[in-house]
Design a protein around this ligand. Structure first.
Ligand SMILES: C[S@@+](CC[C@H](N)C(=O)[O-])C[C@H]1O[C@@H](n2cnc3c(N)ncnc32)[C@H](O)[C@@H]1O
Length: 280
């Protein structure tokens, strides 16, 4: 009984449009032009009266749309090669801004940013160290240290950023002291980015990798971080330090070996799953 009453009340509040019979439609069409004008005015008055969507609602819809664009671009970056990503953003650099607006929004929820930890680490060392920031984003690292930093990304929105696919930078071999990948091992060909870092690093140069923790969590389909670390070592690095203390990301510190193995070794790289951000 209770349910029946509430259904009745609902219908009364939101009357459904009733189907019009043919006759009433015809009689409407037969109305004089003045009546039509009057109807138009009536229509204008009623649409002017219709409440406009609130700015809060529009902002929410806009945020939802741009969040959706960000997640689509993010997934694209994780599922294509660096070369494909370079062409993709090269054709429409505005997509890069869209990606970064969404990325900054996501980062605003992280209690600590890996780029800030890396900046601190760098500040504790000689300012004469030459740095290469692979996948620099807004080049925050370069802006916050006095070291010479070569910043690379797919699009350059700043004169200090060199636009390229980071598997192929314009740097000389053995020319930098520190290579940084801060959440940037995105492409399916990520081993070629690390190979490039190995080429441009001086012997004993540092390789720092910060990555989203879930990508290295085998319980959720992530890679085995020991396997990943072994692959980096097989490339010609020695593992120096691992920092797994942060909830959101892991940090791995390697050093390029002084002497390289002359024997060619096929490296077994684990697959790195895309990091897909949740809808907020
Ligand atoms: C998640 S963002 C991180 C940005 C910055 N490192 C930070 O920590 O704020 C990753 C960046 O790597 C860049 N990237 C991904 N693949 C790349 C590639 N193959 N070559 C150059 N940049 C790349 C993306 O365009 C993006 O700006």
């Amino acid at each position: 009984m209770k349910g029946g009453r509430s259904r009745k009340r609902k219908r009364a509040r939101h009357p459904q449009p009733q189907p019009q019979n043919q006759q009433s439609l015809q009689s409407k069409h037969k109305t004089s032009s003045s009546t039509t004008e009057l109807n138009k005015d009536e229509h204008q008055t009623s649409s002017a009266k219709r409440p406009k969507p609130s700015t809060g609602f529009l902002d929410k819809m806009r945020a939802r749309l741009s969040g959706g664009h960000f997640r689509m671009l993010n997934e694209k970056l994780y599922t294509c090669t660096g070369k494909e990503a370079l062409n993709y953003f090269g054709e429409d650099p505005a997509l890069f801004d869209m990606y970064h607006a969404g990325y900054q929004e996501q980062m605003s929820h992280w209690p600590e940013l890996p780029v800030n930890i890396i900046t601190k680490w760098l500040k504790g060392r000689s300012p004469s160290l030459i740095v290469a920031d692979f996948g620099c984003g807004d080049a925050r690292l370069a802006k916050n240290v006095i070291n010479k930093v070569f910043s690379f990304d797919l699009v350059s929105n700043d004169p200090s950023v060199i636009a390229c696919d980071m598997s192929n930078t314009p740097l000389e071999s053995s020319s930098v002291d520190v290579a940084i990948f801060c959440l940037s091992l995105m492409g399916t060909d990520f081993p070629s980015y690390l190979q490039e870092a190995h080429r441009v690093l001086k012997p004993s140069g540092w390789l720092l990798i910060a990555e989203v923790k879930s990508r290295f969590d085998p319980n959720t389909g992530g890679a085995d971080r020991n396997k990943f670390s072994k692959a980096v070592c097989d490339l010609g690095f020695a593992s120096e330090l691992n920092d797994f203390s942060n909830k959101m990301f892991i940090l791995m510190y390697f050093k390029k070996k002084e002497k390289q193995n002359s024997k060619h070794k096929d490296i077994e790289w684990p697959e790195l799953k895309p990091c897909l951000y949740k809808r907020r």
